[in-house]
Design a protein. Structure first.
Length: 490
């Protein structure tokens, strides 16, 4: 697609806040620019919400809640299903928009559109399956009735790295459960979410059920919404640091919370692994989304007998990568989201090198417009290097060695995070032992990518609370009521 069609597509994205079924300017009239990270140019100006806009969005969500929560589940499901179909129809536009504002290669944006769309289909199927229980109490003196109810108006906050999927993973279960929502996308990537919500409106979403506020004042706007006693639920995906702040704010209202936070995934390759598959899995686990994924493998922990061969093979493959604007043919690595992300990746690489790591390929910024960093492989990374503790969130693959299973487990678990781990082994019993010993909410056992709308996504330790997707996902938006009635025969 050429520049004209990009301009045409950008013109189709509403530039207002979506509140109570209307696209509105921010009350202050302020706007902010959304940047293409591959060029550094502003591609569109959109409304910059202030606190009063956030409160107006919550007003709308509260007003819409009684009627939406009583809408039959089947009707809610059909709306989600129609929205799924619209996403398929507009897949190319959504993918292009995502590449423009976030930077990932077009093929990966298309994969995210498919993945993100699946949450609508999955939760359209779950909506009508919410059930309760009815039974006698053990004493036989009464009947116990257990029912499920939507929690109420929700505040959904999403990050910039998966602009569509992180929104649908929250909006779809909220709507399926009968909740209404205020959605706040990341200020770096608000356009994909905005276009998606326009599609939801086209699918017939009643006014006020979903409201979107785009803002550069995330802190004050979020604090006002979270501290409002009418809000009943906060679902956040982003960094652990911001998540902890919002959790503290949510404590005052004892809000239900779902927190999908940072990761620091270990990728363990045992001496009995199928090396070809481990290398394929490693490249997917590391370089998908330019390394900017919470599930990205951050620490490659490889048995000493294989470490050299593994490093050589991944390096050969990384040399074949092509870096550039995500819309260009054959590009596999796009720009990082901003200058700060480039600085962070470079700092971690320089620190590892200063601690004795060996640079196999890459290792620096790319001297061109935009915020690009070279796809990098480091081996022999020393214990104590920052890259083993901090999420690199960029295209940097860092390898360390181990010699026995206990050491592998100790190294893999040596982090305060616990989102996902990856293990490659052909020994079934060893694989099962790792399932039991690694402290993560998810695991790829001989697989480099685990995300699936039908699976419960979420972390242990500082990686979060709650689960998104799977049979569990809708329960994050439901609350349980137990009712006792006397034995009808007494
Ligand atoms: P971030 O925490 O900076 O931002 C996340 C969201 O919070 C954005 O909408 C942002 O505008 C908002 N925000 C930022 N500061 C805020 C504040 N002071 N008060 C209220 N809101 C604020 O994270 P990010 O840089 O957008 O995303 C990257 C992080 O997200 C990584 O740590 C990554 O691991 C994590 N992540 C986790 C998952 C998961 O499912 N566990 C998925 C994707 C990303």
């Amino acid at each position: 697609m050429g520049e004209t069609s990009e301009t045409g597509l950008l013109a189709q994205v509403p530039d207002g806040l979506y509140i109570a079924g209307e696209w509105r300017a921010a009350r202050s009239g302020r706007t902010f620019g959304v940047t293409d990270p591959s060029t550094g140019e502003v591609v569109k100006e959109i409304a910059d919400a202030a606190v009063e806009d956030g409160v107006a969005a919550l007003d709308a969500a509260c007003e819409a809640f009684p009627s939406w929560s009583r809408t039959p589940a089947r009707e809610r499901a059909e709306l989600l299903r129609d929205a799924y179909d619209l996403i398929q129809e507009r897949a190319e536009d959504l993918a292009l928009l995502m590449t423009i504002e976030m930077g990932k290669p077009l093929a990966e944006s298309m994969a995210e559109v498919r993945y993100g769309g699946e949450f609508l289909r999955w939760f359209s199927e779950e909506a009508a399956h919410v059930q309760g229980r009815y039974g006698s109490n053990p004493e036989g003196t009464g009947r116990m009735i257990v029912t499920q109810h939507p929690v109420g108006p929700c505040y959904l906050v999403t990050p910039w790295n998966f602009p569509l999927a992180m929104a649908t993973r929250k909006i779809a279960p909220a709507l399926a459960a009968g909740c209404t929502a205020v959605v706040k996308p990341a200020s770096q990537t608000p356009l994909t979410t905005t276009l998606f919500v326009r599609l939801l409106a086209d699918a017939g979403l009643p006014a006020g059920v979903v409201n979107v506020i785009t803002t550069t004042s995330s802190g004050p706007v979020s604090e006002a919404v979270i501290s409002d006693p009418r809000l009943r639920k906060l679902s956040f995906t982003g960094s652990t640091e911001v998540g902890q702040k919002l959790l503290a704010q949510a404590a005052a209202g004892v809000l239900r919370t779902s927190m999908e936070l940072g990761g620091n995934a270990p990728f363990v390759v045992f001496e009995d692994a199928d090396l070809d598959k481990a290398v394929d899995g490693a490249l997917a686990a590391k370089f998908r989304n330019i390394g900017e994924a919470c599930t990205a493998a951050n620490r490659f922990i490889v048995h000493a007998s294989l470490a050299e061969e593994f490093a050589r093979r991944v390096t050969d493959r990384v040399r074949e990568f092509r870096t550039g604007r995500g819309t260009e043919e054959g590009v596999t690595i796009g720009p990082l989201i901003d200058e700060r992300a480039v600085d962070k990746a470079d700092e971690l690489v320089q620190d590892a090198l200063a601690n004795g790591a060996r640079l196999r390929v890459g290792g620096g910024r790319i001297d061109r417009r935009g915020t690009f960093y070279e796809a990098t492989v480091l081996s022999d990374v020393a214990a104590g290097s920052r890259i083993l503790r901090e999420e690199v969130f960029g295209p940097v693959l860092a390898i360390t060695r181990f010699t026995d299973e206990d050491e592998a487990v100790r190294l893999a678990n040596d982090t305060e995070f616990g989102l996902v781990s990856y293990v490659y082994t052909r020994d079934l019993a060893r694989g099962q032992r790792m399932v039991e010993r690694l402290e993560t909410g998810m695991m790829g056992l001989n697989v480099g990518v685990v995300s699936n709308p039908a699976a419960p996504f979420g972390g242990w330790k500082l990686s979060g609370l709650g689960r998104e997707g799977g049979a569990e996902g809708i329960h994050e938006y439901l609350q349980t009521k137990y009712t006792l009635t006397p034995d009808p025969f007494a």
